[in-house]
Structure formats: structure tokens, C-alpha cells
Design a protein around this ligand. Structure first.
Ligand SMILES: [Zn+2]
Length: 266
């Protein structure tokens, strides 16, 4: 699942391949933008802001969000694609490279001057030049009753945390996911989030345990029913979110992460 580090690495690789080059192909396969043609223009830069990706070309920005299944691939013009063509939503080509966006959750072409309308709400970006740990902590504490798991996923508080990190952060901090954010050591959680995402930003395998072997990379995420790596207690699973309609998968060790009064399972 794409988190801030995935998007950062995609933007870094896309920027290295495309920045400064002239577009020779611009194929946006979204009805509203199908007629947009930026060929002949120069790619200025590709940047990530939280989990959003901006490809800045002249006066325009191609804004994408990977959501659950999206990814950007870079191919040489004659190489074979690793995902089927029908999943391609954007094909951005230069003489040397073809950037293909597959199954993007959001894809739009906006005026560069309107970027703030799309990403202006984001809190400090864990991987961005504007990173500000104390501002992130301040935003997290604006509503101290919100469960810690929900608060760290809210991109207005800090940008870049997805479901994997949210679960792993709770485990590594020894807090139950439903613990109100006002009752935890927020500065420590923010510092940990920053350290984890930077440790992973340059690698394709994300690990919060430090172990890169398959099925060894996470403490609790995706490990329902399996023994805790620390204490052997069976990992629990439920869903939790800011509203009944926005629910995320949550995993925890009931021993390492003692439950507050409002336990998920009662
Ligand atoms: Zn445990």
C-alpha cells in the first residue's frame, strides 16, 4: 500500500528521469482531461507532498494520488510494461523515458497556481522541505480526544502516514490504537514517524522491524491471529476510523499495547 515514502521515491525517480526534458507524449486517460496535450513543454520538476504527487510542466501541474493500488512506472520507450495497458491512466513520455501512471486514485491537470487548493490543507510533510515536528505535534493535539491511530492518519495533522505506519507507530509506542492522542507522548510519536519514514524512503521494501525478509517487515500490520514478535500474544484486528464510512484496518498486540477504557472489542 502506498504511503508517503512510496510517493516520495516515485517523485524522486520521476524527477531524475524527466526534469528538464521536453514532453514528446502526453496521454491522459481520464475523460475530463483527455484533450490536454502538453507535448513540446518542458518538465520543470516532479515533487511529492505527503501522498500527493505533482508533475510540474510549464503553467500546469499533473496532480496524482496513488490511493490503494496506484503506481508510477518508468520505462525506456521500447521496454515491456509490468502492468497491463488497460490500467494505464497517464502516459508521459520524453525522448528517453516513458512514465506510466497505473490505477491512479486521483489524476487531474490543474493550473500550477492552483496547487494550494489541492495540497494546501496538508500538515507538515514528513518527507518535505517544510517538515516541522512541533507544528505536527501541535496539530495532532488540536483534538486531544481523537484516537491516536486516527489522528496520525489525518493528513491535515502531518502528511505522509498511511495505514501501515499508523499501525506500526502505535505498536512501537506501546499504545493501543484507540488511546486518545492527548494521553500519549506526541513528540515521541512524531519523532518516531519521521525516523521510520526516512529509514524507508530509498528502498522498495518497507520495514518497520528492520528486517527486510518477506513476512518479517512488520510488527503488527497484516498479522491478525499471529503471535506478537515481542511477547507471543495473538495479534488482534478490527477496523477504526474518523467516521463510520471511513474505516481502516487496525492491528495490535493486547499485551504490548494495553487497552484504554474504550477498547475496540469491549
Ligand atoms: Zn506483544
Amino acid at each position: 500500500m502506498p504511503e508517503g515514502d512510496t510517493v516520495w521515491l516515485s517523485a524522486t525517480n520521476l524527477n531524475a528521469a524527466l526534469a528538464g526534458a521536453v514532453l514528446t507524449r502526453c496521454d491522459i486517460r481520464v475523460p475530463a482531461f483527455a484533450t490536454v496535450d502538453l507535448t513540446g513543454q518542458v518538465v520543470d520538476e516532479v515533487v511529492s507532498r505527503g501522498k500527493h504527487l505533482m508533475m510540474r510542466i510549464g503553467e500546469y501541474s499533473i496532480h496524482s494520488h496513488l490511493k490503494m493500488e496506484g503506481s508510477w512506472h518508468l520505462y525506456r520507450p521500447d521496454s515491456r510494461w509490468q502492468r497491463p495497458e488497460w490500467q494505464a491512466r497517464a502516459i508521459i513520455g520524453t525522448d528517453d523515458w516513458m512514465a506510466v501512471g497505473f490505477s491512479l486514485g486521483t489524476l487531474e491537470v490543474i493550473n500550477r497556481s492552483d496547487e494550494d487548493q489541492v495540497i494546501g490543507h496538508l500538515g507538515p510533510d514528513l518527507l518535505g522541505p517544510d517538515w516541522d515536528a512541533s507544528l505536527a505535534a501541535e496539530r495532532l493535539l488540536r483534538d486531544p480526544a481523537v484516537p491516536v491511530f486516527v489522528a496520525v492518519l489525518e493528513q491535515r495533522n502531518l502528511a505522509g502516514i498511511g495505514n501501515v505506519y499508523a499501525n506500526e507507530l502505535c505498536f512501537l509506542s506501546g499504545v493501543h490504537p484507540t488511546t486518545p492522542i492527548g494521553q500519549v507522548d506526541v513528540a515521541r510519536i512524531v519523532a518516531l514517524a519521521h525516523r521510520l519514514i526516512h529509514a524507508n524512503k530509498n528502498r522498495s521494501t518497507r520495514s518497520t522491524t528492520g528486517d527486510l525478509r518477506p513476512k518479517k517487515t512488520d510488527w503488527v500490520y497484516g498479522r491478525k491471529g499471529q503471535p506478537c514478535r515481542r511477547c507471543g500474544t495473538t495479534i488482534r484486528h478490527s477496523t477504526l476510523g474518523p467516521t463510520p464510512l471511513i474505516q481502516r484496518e487496525v492491528y495490535w498486540c493486547p499485551r504490548c499495547q494495553p487497552s484504554p477504557e474504550n477498547d475496540l472489542a469491549g
